[in-house]
Write a protein that binds this ligand. Structure first.
Ligand code: ATR
Length: 272
């Protein structure tokens, strides 16, 4: 049996152990997956102890993804671009870093929601770590355009500079979005944590538009409520992305791609 875990702080309510236990049952892989609380100033030490205890790999969540990026001896290209690591593999005591968040998002949008981003107009709201983690896989779907809108427009431009060679990506302020409609609008801001509504122009959504919130929770998120009132025909929260990034991490570690729909349905039922 191989040992894996997720590091975070806080971590008590992480759904990852449940998800990976379901993947292990489904695929027959012999895997144990635990949640581990790392002290805010003790992440590297916690990882070293886990490796010493035989850990084969780990997921990394808030607030350690950037620190995990910095401590890796090797990085996948997508982790390098993301500037953050959510999946660690331990090979001969060395830390190899990957980032499966963007792949998980795209898998949810394409496979679970049946939305094909190729040739479509995509808007990404936010330019922090969560946004940066998904830009490369979004551009890989070959959208007509990917606009990154952020409150501080210099941070959106910074992301554009990092990813411009990968596809048609440009920066915007919220105000400058006026007059534009998008097929897919993804919320990667943390605005709903503070209960703040985003200053979105009223003509952003068409009846066929998909609004996607990388956040999730019990009931409708503030962003999805706003999108629905502004006319978005379809809404989805980030629970499918959570399961998607886990499935991609499982694939990185085990070389087997688990089905995500059954465990997503179970989580959805439990969330209420
Ligand atoms: P995360 O890791 O969740 O991305 P972050 O790196 O702190 O966290 O980024 C938070 C993102 O949410 C940023 O894009 C931030 O906008 P700024 O760059 O202008 O700070 C955005 N954000 C947070 N609260 C917001 C609000 N009330 N209105 C608009 N954007 C907000």
């Amino acid at each position: 049996t191989d040992l894996y875990c997720v590091f975070g702080n806080p971590i008590a309510h992480s759904k990852s152990p449940f998800i990976h236990a379901a993947f292990a049952r489904e695929t027959g892989e012999s895997v144990i997956y635990e949640a581990r609380l790392a002290p805010v100033d003790g992440f590297a030490e916690a990882v070293r102890a886990f490796v010493a205890a035989g850990g084969r790999g780990a997921n990394v969540t808030v607030p350690f993804k950037e620190e995990a990026f910095r401590m890796c001896a090797a990085l996948t290209p997508r982790a390098k671009r993301a500037g953050a690591v959510n999946t660690l593999s331990f090979v001969d005591g060395q830390c190899c870093g990957d980032n499966t968040d963007g792949a998980g998002l795209v898998a949810d949008i394409v496979d679970n929601l049946g939305f094909s981003p190729a040739g479509r107009r995509i808007l990404l709201l936010g330019a922090g770590g969560a946004a940066r983690g998904v830009v490369e896989p979004l551009l890989a779907t070959r959208p007509a355009t990917l606009v990154i809108a952020n409150r501080s427009s210099d941070k959106a431009q910074l992301l554009v500079d990092i990813f411009a060679d990968l596809g048609p990506v440009r920066a915007s302020t919220f105000a400058d979005l006026a007059g534009n409609t998008f097929d897919l609008v993804i919320n990667a801001t943390s605005a709903s944590l503070s209960g703040a509504a985003l200053p979105l122009p009223s003509d952003l959504f068409a009846p066929a538009s998909l609004a996607y919130d990388m956040m999730y929770g019990k009931g409708e998120t503030p962003f999805l409520a706003q999108a629905r009132m502004q006319g978005a025909g379809r809404c989805a929260d980030g629970l499918g992305m959570l399961v998607g990034q886990a499935a991609e991490a499982f694939f990185v570690w085990r070389g087997v791609r688990p089905a995500t729909a059954p465990v997503l349905a179970e989580l959805r039922a439990a969330l209420g």
